[in-house]
Design a protein around this ligand. Sequence first.
Ligand code: G6P
Length: 608
Amino acid sequence: MCGICGIVGHQPASPIAFEALRRLEYRGYDSAGIATLTAAGNIERRRAAGKLDNLEYVLKEHPLPGTTGIGHTRWATHGAPTENNAHPHEAGRVAIVHNGIIENFATLKKELEAKGRVFVTETDSETVAHLVDEYLGQGLAPREAAFAAIKRLEGAYAIAMIFKDHEGLLIGARHGAPLAVGYGNGEMFLGSDSIALAPMARKMTYLEDGDWCELTPGHVTIFDMTGAEVSRPVQDLTFMAGQVGKDGYRHYMEKELHEHPVAIGQTLKRITDPASKRIALPEMPFDPAQVPRITITACGSAYYAGMVGRYWLESLARIPVEIDVASEMRYREPPQPDKGVALLISQSGETADTLGVLRSLKKAGQSIVSVLNVEHSTMGRESDLVLGMDAGPEISVASTKAFTAQLSVLAALAIDFARARGTMDQAREERLTASLLDLPSRAAEVFTRTKDIQAMAAVVAQARDVLYLGRGICTPIAFEGALKLKEISYIHAEAYAAGELKHGPISLIDQTVPVVAIAPSTILFDKTLSNLQEAKARGGRILAFTDAEGAKRLEGVAEQVVIMPDVDAFVAPILYAIPVQMLAYEVALLKGTDVDQPRNLAKSVTVE
Ligand code: G6P
């Protein structure tokens, strides 16, 4: 994680860097800093612990001059989130910003200390500054010194550097963490992603792993890891500047929750044939009928989307599915079948663990299909097929609309596979597709239930522990609800498949532990009802998301219900994810937490 940016041009660099950092703050907000070159060619830095507002205050008091600069917003890995550990790090003639982890920093640091270098921070990143300066001291020019240093780094990094006495020079490098070059008018930029670059550049180039580049005003030269000059495609920026405002909502999360209907609708639009109203996914680079197994991997909410996807793919397309979180899958080394398909799910397309699995499963001969919101991300570029969602930029750290967009793609994929494998007749296909296409309207209806969700939130906000229960295809939605509550309200929440309640968690239940049930009146409703009665019998306060039929049957059992629009059981997990996320949001409002930037988290987790 961490966000980095760089500017070489003719306008004051510091305000541009600050604007880029605002847009990158979702990647980490433990500290922030900017360094620029003064007219005399000296490096000056301003840094502050905590959020960007603190840096803004420092910059107001002590503005930074110069038209060449770098910026950083940090999610701490090595060293506490203090001002001293904040980037940019300076050593002699160079200042650097770094996103990632330098895995061999201890060895490099020892070597540099032996040469008399004094380290002043607890970070791994400072090593890079010293290493570059060491090579500069040996008489190498900035470009050569940067290259010599980069070649010695192990781990993951995106780096930007500026050099004393070299106005109009910026060097960037990437390996395992994203970095993009932005093209302006007589100015050039570096940014961790397109969102950072959107206000100042109209075109951009994503560097490939191992690439590094030299930027001067109006020009970029890109090199690969051998030092050979390479050319990389230039693309139009897809995220425009205005798309990432809050549009009058209190938080990005609130705005993004309200964008569920549009995110689902736009996503489905891309994968449906408007004339036949049938699912029309891009052609697969394999024959779906011949696929022996799908291996789904993801992290966080995307993993829960994958859990729902497994239900659909197994039950509709009768295809065996293996699934795990990426950080486990990466080191499990499960045997991979011949002609198998790896399905990676990620909003950002940059999550280090998921990317690691993508690469290892590619090596293991699996076809790589990824479900991504940011299609030009590293995962997108390394996949055999990208199934793009169209959720638009998601800024709030807690994922919302990307989750339902992921589910929409996975539902369509299950239908597509089922058709290709002959496991679903046309009538059923039409019914399921219709229920999917009807979802944007049903999703919009959910917001008419806000008052009921707020009433439920008032109960949850009093609790120290909350239990979420689901059954079957709604179990992953219970997990999503518990994750969201933990993430943004800091209330401890556990999710369980309702049937497991009696095998342990029931012992936790008393009047102080609300039980939130995700319970549409589908085929497993009776069983869920029994489980809820068991919880109620132990004094549990039952709060349920259900439909009109379910609400009737929960009378006397549930203390509060949110009555959801009636939908086909197939799409229930997509619809029920919305109020579950809204509940977490409403609880967070009551608790007064920092909804968009919860403590210790970052949105794009580009370290292992
Ligand atoms: C972080 C975010 C989650 C997200 C997860 C996976 O933990 O806080 O909201 O679900 O990363 O991110 P990805 O970009 O791979 O979907």
